[in-house]
Every structure is written in C-alpha cells, then in structure tokens.
Design a protein around this ligand. Structure first.
Ligand code: AMP
Length: 271
C-alpha cells in the first residue's frame, strides 16, 4: 500500500534487502537509499533456501529490536520482516537459476546458494515493487548475479551497488565477524592485506594470475587459523577464470576462520 501510494504520487521507492543483524555496511546502503529515494523499504529475512546443510542458518544472529531501531534512526519508511512460512507457504518448486555466473567463486563451494538468493530476491522485488534496490560490493558475485537476473527476466527495478564498508583494520564489516574472537579478528585482517597486495602487484605490472594468487595465499598462510576456500581472480563481469590480467578483474577471497566463513573482494581496472 505504502509503496503503491508513493509510486502513484511519482515518488521514487528504494529497497534494501538484508538478513538483519544490521551493521555499518547495511547502514551505508540504507543511507544511499534514503539520500536518493523518497520512500525506503528495508527487508529483514534470513532466507533458509540460500543456506546449505551444515551452514549457519539456525545460529545466524537475529537482533530484531536493535535492527528496527537502526531503521527508525535512518529514516526508513517501512521494514518488511516476513517469516519463512510467509515467504514459502507451500513447498517451493519454482526457482530462479542464473547460469554460468554462479559456477565460480562462492557458487562452486555453496551449491544451491545463488539459486536461493536469486529466488528470494525475485520474490522480494515482486512483493515490494520498488524502483531501485541497493546491494553491497562486499558480496560481489551476488551483485553480478542479481543484475543479470533482473536484466534476463525484465524485472522492473534498477540495481545500485554500493562500496564495501571496512573496519579501520581493513576487515570488511560482516554480520559473521560476530563469530570471531579478538585473535581471529586480527588474523582476518590478512584477507584485505592479501587483496591490497594483489592490487599493488597488478598496478606494478604483474599480469600472471598464478604469480599473484600464490603471493596472496602466502599472506593468508601467515595465520594458521585461516583455511583458504578460494583465492581467485576472474573477469569482473563474466566471473570466468583468467590466466592473465586483462581489463576489469575481480580479485576475491573466501576463507574459514574458526566458526566463520568470510569473503572479501576488490575490483582492479587497469586501463
Ligand atoms: P546480508 O544481510 O549479509 O544479506 O547483506 C545485505 C546487503 O548488505 C547485501 O547487499 C550485502 O552485500 C550488503 N553488505 C553486507 N556487508 C557489507 C559491507 N561491509 N559493506 C557494504 N555492503 C555490505
């Protein structure tokens, strides 16, 4: 109703989909939406269909009151907090499967994850009916997948991707950082260090991706607590593997530290 009324009056509606446990990364998306739109909707939904067996769906933090408080303070007009039963009232047998882009990076190690993400985003876009939806560069593959889904399915929403918000240490802010001890958090700063090293190597003229990722792995290995899932440099648009640096590339890292799986990335564009 709120969105319909706003749009019928020609007001621009912004939408920020989240899983809650809101932090400064989410707030940056909400602030962008509040600045650029006349009416802002935030969704908070820990989407079961994007979690694999043994992942952290049950223990994912759900501090709803604190989240609502943040939304209020940011000037959000409406918060959509559906239950899993409301989002999936019957067995879900219709899925959005974005091919190719979901085969690499996190898609390779989390089968079904992006099917769940694309499906819930398509549902949320249909339910909310906003003009613009805001996503974070922190989840680079997700942003690429959603942009492609919207284009391929002619979903009438513009996708805006906002920069990754980092702690002073360089660690990308994440709800999953809550799972880390202080010591593990210190180790986790090596993730961004490895990405910065990657940028420096590319800017200094290194083009062999094997050489760059070997160095990145060495940096990550300085902390025995870090288990590397992947260290990849791919084409920033197709997300396909490359041998040499060419055009705009996405350098992406996924690691496990203790109970947390952490991801981060940078885009490097050498003209
Ligand atoms: P999540 O609640 O983890 O599903 O994230 C909701 C949105 O916030 C996604 O578009 C994320 O990419 C974005 N996001 C999460 N962490 C950050 C961050 N550190 N900086 C910018 N955006 C973020």
């Amino acid at each position: 109703m709120l969105v319909k009324a706003a749009r019928s009056e020609g007001r621009k509606v912004g939408f920020v989909p989240t899983m809650g446990a809101l932090h400064v990364g989410h707030i940056s998306l909400i602030e962008a939406a509040v600045t650029e739109c006349d009416c802002v909707v935030v969704s908070i939904f820990v989407n079961p269909t994007q979690f694999g067996p043994g992942e952290d769906f049950e223990k994912y933090p759900r501090p709803l009151e604190a989240d609502l408080d943040i939304c209020r303070k940011c000037g959000v007009d409406a918060v959509f907090v559906p239950t899993p039963e409301q989002m999936y009232p019957t067995e879900n047998i219709t899925w959005v499967n974005v091919e190719k882009l979901t085969e690499t990076l996190c898609g390779a190690s989390r089968p079904g994850h992006f099917r769940g993400v694309a499906t819930v985003c398509a549902k949320l876009f249909n339910i909310v009916g906003a003009d613009v939806a805001y996503f974070g560069q922190k989840d680079a593959q997700q942003a690429v997948v959603i942009k492609r889904m919207v284009a391929d399915l002619n979903i009438p929403v513009d996708i805006v991707v906002c920069p990754t918000v980092r702690e002073e240490s360089g660690l990308a802010v994440s709800s999953r950082n809550k799972y880390l001890t202080e010591e593990q958090k210190k180790d986790a700063t090596l993730i961004y260090k490895s990405l910065q090293n990657c940028r420096e190597m590319i800017e200094a003229g290194t083009t062999d991706i094997g050489t760059i990722t070997t160095d990145m792995r060495k940096i990550l290995s300085q902390a025995p607590s870090i288990q590397i899932e992947y260290v990849s440099i791919v084409d920033a648009e197709s997300l396909q593997k490359l041998d040499k640096i060419i055009g705009k590339v996405l350098a992406a890292v996924a690691v496990r530290i203790g109970p947390a799986r952490l991801i981060d990335n940078i885009v490097v564009d050498i003209k």
